[in-house]
Design a protein around this ligand. Structure first.
Ligand SMILES: Nc1ncnc2c1ncn2[C@@H]1O[C@H](COP(=O)(O)OP(=O)(O)OP(=O)(O)O)[C@@H](O)[C@H]1O
Ligand SMILES: [Mg+2]
Length: 245
């Protein structure tokens, strides 16, 4: 899917620039966004998803402009799936309803079709027997799998994930990353903000390195990790490796 932006920047307050003007144009299947905390990764992802508007610049996704008009944005957001760090499930609803109710209320599915789609995904993600559980009764990894199921249920054209595993214990991280990799194998297009460098490197075709509001490096993941060419990326990767066995 083609993602393009020109002169895109973001300021939340005068005098402070969170994203410096940046240009980008490429065909994206699977993209990882990496970089130090506060560099603007979530902000960029939210702009791409139409959740916040840029201060300057224009954005095109799938060759259509994402304008700042609220009615257009609402329509656009329905075509995008989102998964956040803490899944954001509805606490008072069970796993099945967390998936089915948005399908009915936002996407106009009938009750039966929504319910069938929810059960199909729960089964697929190994959660068939947990459909009645509310989020409080699910493990962190199960919650995130429900969140991913909810995001892909309406068959979005693009899935955006913001650190979907960063609140999880290592064993749950793997099960959630496995699910995302399976989606890739099925042809789902996604952009993931992640601190899991192994996942960025091996499961995402391209990686972007965002540093203090600038897109410093962008290329095929293997190339970016094998040959970081800015001092900033070299230091960033070096720090991560310091504690690896
Ligand atoms: N709504 C907001 N209002 C004001 N400042 C904001 C807002 N959202 C983010 N920022 C600021 O923008 C900067 C970039 O934040 P962002 O969340 O995009 O970083 P990040 O790269 O995702 O960091 P992390 O890895 O910690 O999630 C930070 O300095 C943050 O304080
Ligand atoms: Mg973030």
């Amino acid at each position: 899917m083609k993602v393009e932006f020109q002169n895109l920047s973001k300021q939340f307050e005068a005098g402070q620039t969170i994203l410096k003007p940046m240009d980008f144009s490429d065909e994206i299947n699977t993209l990882a966004i990496i970089g130090p905390s506060g560099g603007g990764k979530s902000t960029l992802l939210r702009i791409i998803g139409g959740l916040i508007t840029p201060t300057t610049g224009r954005l095109w996704v799938d060759s259509k402009e994402v304008t700042q008009k609220e009615s257009d944005l609402q329509k656009y957001r329905r075509q995008i799936g989102f998964v956040f760090q803490q899944g954001g499930l509805f606490r008072h609803m069970n796993a099945k309803d967390n998936i089915a109710i948005p399908l009915e209320q936002v996407h106009g599915y009938s009750k039966e079709t929504a319910s069938a789609r929810a059960m199909e995904l729960l089964e697929r993600f190994g959660l068939k027997d947990d459909w009645k559980k509310r989020p409080a009764a699910l493990s962190g990894g199960q919650k995130q799998r429900v969140a991913i199921a909810r995001a892909i249920a309406p068959r979005p054209k693009l899935l955006l994930l913001d650190e979907p595993t960063s609140a999880l214990d290592p064993e749950y991280t793997t099960e959630v990353l496995d699910v995302i990799r399976e989606l890739k194998d099925e042809g789902m297009h996604f952009i993931i903000v992640t601190h899991e460098m192994g996942f960025a490197r091996h499961a995402c075709e391209k990686t972007a390195f965002l540093y203090e509001g600038s897109l410093l490096e962008y290329c095929e993941s293997e190339q970016l990790f094998n040959h970081p060419w800015t001092g900033q990326l070299q230091r960033f990767l070096g720090k991560l490796l310091e504690w690896n066995v």
